[in-house]
Each structure stands twice: as structure tokens, then as C-alpha cells.
Design a protein around this ligand. Structure first.
Ligand code: TYD
Length: 215
């Protein structure tokens, strides 16, 4: 359960549009952390728990998905988040682990708030309600041009693209711009890395940044 005591671990969230290379970087950072004997817990949104995986299926694969209104989408994503925070993230932080989250509350701010145009006040309040006091210590946005991200989605789609992946270029442009805006708003928490560099170069920058934060 989320408690009021300050967690001793570190929460690092990874953000960016589809195909930005988040999962590769999470795996590499986990490797670095394990080499220095830190407990690492990797979790992904909107899954990460059994309840969360079921919610994820409703959001991305439901046959009625195209009729889903943005408000429902926001509440489902944040419902999955509320679960993973209490079931996985908060307990891990209390043990002192480093938690690597593939997406976190900024995804809702950007996808539902900015790209789907929901009012920022309610989005922020609902997001905060879902996470309680479990805010990321560091958020890494891997930024790639919209065309690159769309091309990577096309290449990796083994079958039909899911509901979110069917969105058009203007949606993904808003997503990209939304993340850049967040980084300006929260400069101490959110850093942006150029996702067109080699995976090795990005990995090095992330590790340097994380080492700084871990002290
Ligand atoms: P997923 O297949 O996990 O994508 P990715 O590997 O790109 O992270 O699906 C997540 C999709 O859901 C992705 O399109 C982003 C979107 N999303 C939101 O719109 N809001 C949210 O709060 C979250 C967590 C994800």
C-alpha cells in the first residue's frame, strides 16, 4: 500500500512515442544497476499487474475500441496505474529498489490530455489521485521525429496495428510536442534524449544521469 513515509528507493520512468526505443534502454539500464548490486524492478504501463494487463486488453484490443471516448481511456489507463503503484511500485521503493517504469503518469498527460485534448486540470487531478505521492525521481523522454516513430511502428507490427498504433501523424506530432513541453515545465525531473543516436550513445547518457541521481 502507498504510505505517507518517504520511499527510500528510486523511481525512473521512461517516456516517448511508440518505437522510441524505451524497452531496449530499460533492459540496458537494468543491466548496469544489477552490476552494482541494486535491486531492479521493471514494470510496464498499462500492464505490469494481472488487473493492469486485463485493462490494457480493453484499451488496445477491444473490438469496440474505436468507440471508446477519451474520458474512458484516461480512467482506464489511470486505473491500471493505481493498481501497479500499490501492488508493485510502492512496495519495491520501500525496500530500496530502483523501479524502472515503461511509461507512467506523463503518458496520460500527453496522450489523453494533450493529444486527445482533455482538459489539463482534471487529467492532472486524476493522475495524482492514481499515483498518490509516488512521483518519479527521474523521467527520461526518448525523443524521435514523428516520421521515424511511425516507420518503426510499421516495421515492428507483426500483425494488424493496435488501436493506439492506428493514430495518424498529427496525433503523434502532438504526443512528441507534449513531451517536450513537459520537459520545459519540469526541468529537474524530466530529461529529453535524442532517440536518433545509436542505442549505445543513449545508454551511456542514461547511465551517467542515473549515477548522478543515485549519488
Ligand atoms: P504498448 O503496446 O504498451 O506501447 P509502447 O510499447 O509504445 O509503450 O501500448 C501503450 C499504448 O498506450 C501507447 O500507444 C501509449 C498509450 N498510453 C496512453 O495513451 N496513455 C497512458 O497513460 C499510457 C500508460 C499509455
Amino acid at each position: 500500500m502507498v504510505t505517507k513515509s518517504h520511499p527510500v528507493g528510486t523511481l525512473i520512468s521512461f517516456e516517448g512515442s511508440e518505437g522510441s526505443g524505451k524497452s531496449t534502454q530499460i533492459a540496458r539500464l537494468a543491466g548496469h544497476l544489477q552490476r552494482i548490486h541494486r535491486e531492479v524492478v521493471a514494470t510496464r504501463e498499462p500492464g505490469g499487474t494481472e488487473i493492469g494487463e486485463q485493462i490494457r486488453n480493453i484499451i488496445v484490443h477491444n473490438s469496440k475500441g474505436d468507440e471508446m471516448c477519451p474520458e474512458t481511456e484516461l480512467l482506464l489507463f489511470t486505473a491500471a496505474r493505481a493498481q501497479v503503484v500499490r501492488e508493485v511500485i510502492a512496495p519495491a521503493l520501500q525496500r530500496g529498489a530502483v523501479v524502472l517504469s515503461d511509461r507512467y503518469l506523463d503518458s496520460s498527460t500527453v496522450y489523453q490530455g494533450i493529444a486527445r485534448n482533455l482538459a489539463p486540470g482534471p487529467v492532472s487531478a486524476i493522475n495524482r489521485f492514481a499515483v498518490g505521492d509516488v512521483m518519479p525521481n527521474l523521467t527520461i523522454v526518448i525523443d524521435v521525429p514523428t516520421e521515424v516513430s511511425l516507420e518503426r511502428i510499421r516495421q515492428r507490427a507483426s500483425d494488424l496495428p493496435d488501436r493506439m498504433e492506428r493514430e495518424n501523424i498529427s496525433f503523434y506530432t502532438k504526443v512528441r510536442e507534449g513531451y517536450l513541453l513537459l520537459a520545459k515545465e519540469w526541468p529537474d525531473r524530466v530529461i529529453v534524449l535524442d532517440g536518433t543516436q545509436t542505442p549505445e550513445a543513449i545508454e551511456k547518457k542514461i547511465w551517467a544521469e542515473v549515477q548522478k541521481r543515485l549519488g
